[in-house]
Design a protein around this ligand. Sequence first.
Ligand SMILES: *[C@@H]1O[C@H](CO)[C@@H](O)[C@H](O)[C@H]1NC(C)=O
Ligand SMILES: *[C@@H]1O[C@H](CO)[C@@H](O)[C@H](O)[C@H]1NC(C)=O
Length: 516
Amino acid sequence: MGLALFLAYFCIIQSGLTQVNIKETKIWGPGLEPDKIVMPARYFFVELAGCTGPEECDANSAQGDLEVKIDGITEQRTPCRTWINILNRKDGFYIVRYKVYVTCIDLKISVLYRGKHVAASPYISNGIVLTDECSCPKDDLENTMKIWGCGGTPLLVRNKLNQFAQIDWTQLRTKVIKTFDKPHSVSICHYIIKDNTAYRKCYGKYVGFNMFMDSILLSLTRKTKLPDLEMFVNLGDWPLAAHNLPEKYPIMSWCGSHDTYDIVMPTYDLTESTLENMGRVTLDVFSVQGNTKSLFKNRIPMLFWRGRDSNKHRLDLIKISRKHSDLINASMTNFFFYRDQQEEYGPKTDYISFFDFFDYKYQLAIDGTVAPYRMPYLLAGGSLVFKTDSKYYEHFYPDLEPNHHYVPVNTDLSDLVHKIKWAMVNDKEAERIAKNGQHFVNDNLTPKNVFCYYMHLLNEFSKKTVSRVDIFDDMELVNQTKVIQCDCAMDVDKMRKLIEKNKKEHQYYVHEAEEL
Ligand SMILES: *[C@@H]1O[C@H](CO)[C@@H](O)[C@H](O)[C@H]1NC(C)=O
Ligand SMILES: *[C@@H]1O[C@H](CO)[C@@H](O)[C@H](O)[C@H]1NC(C)=O
């Protein structure tokens, strides 16, 4: 009897384990086309099929079950050196990222689940695979967007540029400089792109943030031929082109608002995490997904928040959390704007890892000085995001649907407690909205989406511009600092001949992919 029970139990476990359907498992993403799409870190998604619920997928996907191997060959006939990073979300969903360090051909990506190829694995690229440090712009911008599969023009790019019938810098240039050359309150840079090279002159006291704009422009000019272009980029958080100014100014800004004309770009934060994916930046939309400790159902049903005192409603939050300490765990990590009220709203607490925010079921996106730039990472974490109503927005907010991707709350937080209680009672619905938010991130805020948004933006902006583009004498060259020597004219046939030539020196090549 005991043995029979044990055997039955054993069989159930066994069948559970073999439920992953190898053929139905889905693999997709730009990292499967490394010969067409060059990025700092290439990536693709793996979604296991055959598990009927998160528990089952969770049980199925033990650490190390999914294996990825990347093989290829360099012209020296050595193995293609790569670095692979597998992020396991523990719900049957994985993000695989990899970096390629040298130009390779015959790149073969094998995705194995318990030793068996899944989906259409192995994925083989027939073209040449360049590293991100190669400066090899081949196609014009529109063709590059086609090759990348960038889709249609984003809603916000269209809306923002429709505010302007045309952009004539001969009319606007000196007015913009005159209006915004306020060194103590505004930092703004005048950029020219000419023959796929960037130049700039900055105005203001704090222009260090031009490095983010420089970096994205340099990265784009390594990948595509940008059209000639003139623009002004606001380096501060507050949008500048107020509706009540005498003229409409097409200024580029990281953040938009309902009372300004500024044309909105992805924030410097999201831009940097795109350019430094698997690099110097550790917080990005992928790392969050791979570093949460538990599934939604096992998270603490409380709202968790940490941040600085950059908005008076954040003080309100502290007050509410004290009254409802069973629902909200919130505290300031720093006092600066309301230092005189530290006594009342303190004490400040230590920083905790952003990944640990997701030990909790509910998160809050509340404005600081402007929109909370952590919004993409909050959505990525898979908890339910409450977002306060605000006139400020990031480039993707118009695509977010309230009560589908997040739960809206009043600016003054007056309905926050009520909505947390709603979420506790409606746990399944809360989980569904949380999942939709996470899904939105993987569809709209990945590195490819950020590159595509910039490409669309610059393309539409240049189409609207009617003035001639000339470099001004007092502008600085924005120099490529990261490039390595690459033979951009190399094609697969030429490379094969080189490999053949090098055959004598190297007998064979072995697989040498590292895994972290
Ligand atoms: C609030 O969260 C922190 C960090 O997770 C934790 O150490 C602390 O005990 C929590 N406080 C309450 C009252 O739950
Ligand atoms: C740009 O950088 C390269 C190498 O880093 C250097 O050789 C070149 O002189 C620089 N050009 C300018 C104009 O600074």
